[in-house]
Design a protein around this ligand. Structure first.
Ligand SMILES: NC(=O)c1ccc[n+]([C@@H]2O[C@H](COP(=O)([O-])OP(=O)(O)OC[C@H]3O[C@@H](n4cnc5c(N)ncnc54)[C@H](OP(=O)(O)O)[C@@H]3O)[C@@H](O)[C@H]2O)c1
Length: 339
């Protein structure tokens, strides 16, 4: 007899943080595979701020997850049964596997093979979507030059921590903004950032006046809202702002507050550009090759923050908004054959 699959399905759209009513834990029998399909035992789910965006009613860059549907989410796992010769049993894969223990891929769900020898966990973090986002956002969109001053918000998170280190590799002077002294120490003492600002205890504007009297050349923004507004007041001539995300707005039930200081883009002849890593899918191998190289040279370090158990995924999502993660947050759902 085939086994069962436990899944978290969207039950109700939240106002603010997700709660115990947002998802329901369901169990269904696993169906048989059709030709071309393969069954993946999920090992890790990537917990991302964008999960919160996907359960809003308003369409975003992907349609909203429907009520009753399995929660959309990136994941990694291994093929445990296959009717697809390209994905034999044992292959490690990555894809939008969903918040569940097993995913049937190959027709409705696309999954890509993980390069042999790379641990699944690293494909969720430094070589995964957040590492690749940091690479293209920093190098293609922000494009820091030797000696320029670069500020990164959300700097101790999965994307920001790698983005800041890439700016250091480019020869930038890098300042991170994060929510605890411990995170700030990690940035300066271990990752090589030149300075860090704890936005919960320090006034970002005052600290920028002290640290960057000539202004900020590059701002890699993960946070949006008031942080973005403050940075707009500190731009250097010809500055570039890469808009990666705006986590401070994702839980807001109301329209986010206005950005007041955009006119400084005119004054400073600056550029502000949003980007989505999805637009770089065909260039992912380039980013992963560079990241592998830098990791092997000890120039990029990262942290994985692993929470245990499928049912913990909603709580883990809230951790992102409370700043309770350092580095890449993921949930371990099943065994990791690559560990
Ligand atoms: N454009 C793209 O293609 C793309 C791809 C991936 C991610 N992103 C975006 O990149 C950003 C970071 O994502 P991630 O996956 O790397 O998450 P992450 O940075 O690992 O985790 C989120 C962090 O954001 C900080 N934060 C939460 N609420 C905040 C608030 N109100 N004000 C300031 N900081 C806050 C918290 O750290 P503190 O302790 O410092 O507050 C938290 O640890 C998000 O905006 C996400 O949407 C964009």
């Amino acid at each position: 007899m085939r086994g069962t699959n436990r899944q978290l399905r969207l039950a109700r759209r939240p106002d603010g943080m997700v709660d115990e009513h947002t998802f329901e834990l369901a169990e269904e029998p696993l169906r048989g595979l059709a030709d071309g399909e393969f069954l993946v035992r999920v090992a890790y789910l990537s917990i991302d701020p964008t999960n919160r965006v996907w359960i809003r009613a308003e369409p975003s860059y992907l349609p909203p997850v429907g009520i009753g549907e399995v929660m959309r989410g990136g994941g990694a796992g291994a093929v445990v049964e296959s009717r697809n010769d390209a994905y034999p049993v044992g292959t490690g894969v990555l894809g939008l596997l969903g918040w569940q223990e097993y995913a049937i891929c190959g027709r409705d769900v696309t999954a890509n093979a993980v390069p042999p020898g790379v641990p699944l966990q690293h494909m969720m973090s430094v070589y995964g979507a957040t590492g690749v986002t940091a690479y293209f956002g920093m190098l293609d969109v922000a494009d820091p030059k030797e000696g320029e001053t670069v500020v990164v918000s959300g700097a101790a998170g999965a994307t920001g921590s790698v983005a800041g280190q890439i700016a250091k590799i480019r020869g930038g002077r890098v300042i991170g903004i994060a929510g605890t002294d411990e995170k700030c120490r990690w940035l300066t003492d271990e990752l090589g950032f030149d300075a860090a600002i704890n936005y919960k205890t320090d006034d970002i504007g005052v600290r920028l006046d002290q640290l960057c009297p000539d202004g900020v050349d590059v701002f890699f923004d993960n946070v949006g809202g008031a942080t973005l507004d403050t940075l707009l007041r500190h731009l250097a001539l010809g500055a570039r702002i890469a808009l990666c995300g705006a986590i401070s707005t994702y839980n807001a039930a109301e329209t986010p507050p206005p950005i007041h200081w955009y006119v400084n883009l005119v004054v400073q002849r600056a550029r502000m550009q949003g980007f989505l890593v999805l637009d770089y899918l065909d260039r992912f191998p380039e980013a992963v090759r560079a990241l592998v190289q830098w990791v092997s040279e000890g120039r990029i370090q990262w942290r994985d923050h692993v929470v245990e158990g499928l049912e913990q995924a909603p709580r883990a999502l809230n951790m992102l908004f409370r700043g309770e993660n350092t580095g890449k947050l993921m949930v371990r759902v099943g065994p990791d054959p690559s560990a």
